[in-house]
Design a protein around this ligand. Structure first.
Ligand SMILES: [Zn+2]
Length: 251
């Protein structure tokens, strides 16, 4: 029944053609769009419109929730799940997206002595996702620097879907679990060792924090540095490619 309502709502939202101005926003702020084929672009546009229209949005510190804000976030999130047939259902647990102006804004409201601008974003088990708008827009406009705040926080939401923050989202098949755990554990340990011994790694050292952060960091790298990841961490690339149902290195 719920599926029927959702489908009806989706059809109603997509009844109108995509405004050209919205397509321009996605094209400009989510540069990965240009690498997609026509079918993928159309699916991304549709999913982004539905995501933008159906999620709850809130602007903190005077941030106005404009079409640009919604579509820039929606298109990056929807790009991640483009390879799933039930793409949008993957983010059913995202209850509200709170957009703040910058990392500094996010620090406000935390403990008073904590004034360092260390929080760019946050994803919580209860379905709230906090994003700093400046980093969100920058991340979408630079698709190759290896960092993307939306991929990072929404990877956490995929991870949380089974009720655990353990770096393992709900996989496509039960058979995938052993390979996933083996590869992710080995790659995580390798990153910790590299970090400990002062060796540079393709993956951000923040991934050594725990297995949940490792999955989020690996997801950023998968979409942003696909070629290098495939070359230098072939097993990791392969399990992420199987999970996301995408092969960004081929784009
Ligand atoms: Zn994180």
């Amino acid at each position: 029944m719920l599926g029927w309502f959702r489908e009806r709502r989706r059809r109603r939202i997509l009844r109108e053609p995509m405004p050209e101005a919205w397509r321009r926003i996605i094209r400009e702020n989510v540069r990965h769009y240009d690498k997609l084929n026509r079918w993928e672009q159309r699916k991304l546009e549709d999913d982004s419109r539905v995501f933008a229209a159906t999620k709850s949005w809130d602007g903190g510190n005077g941030v106005e929730i404009t079409d640009e804000v919604k579509l820039t976030i929606a298109a990056q999130a929807c790009l991640m799940v483009l390879g799933f047939d039930d793409s949008l259902d993957r983010f059913h647990n995202v209850r509200q997206i709170v957009v703040l102006e910058s990392a500094y804004s996010l620090a406000i409201g935390r403990e008073r002595e904590n004034t360092r601008p260390q929080f760019l974003g946050q994803a919580a088990m209860d379905g709230l996702v906090y994003l700093a708008w400046d980093s969100t827009r920058h991340g979408g406009r630079d698709p190759r620097d290896g960092r993307n705040l939306v991929y990072h926080e929404f990877a956490h939401m995929l991870d949380f879907d089974d009720g655990l923050a353990d770096g393992t989202p709900i996989l496509r098949g039960r058979d995938d679990l052993k390979t996933w755990v083996d590869v992710m554990t080995a790659e995580y340990e390798q990153l910790c060792q590299d970090s400990h011994e002062g060796r540079a790694s393709l993956l951000d050292q923040y991934g050594t924090t725990n297995s949940a952060e490792f999955f989020a960091v690996a997801t950023e790298c998968f979409f942003e540095k696909a070629h290098q990841l495939q070359k230098r961490h072939a097993d990791l690339y392969e399990v992420l490619s199987a999970y996301y149902g995408q092969d960004p290195a081929s784009r």
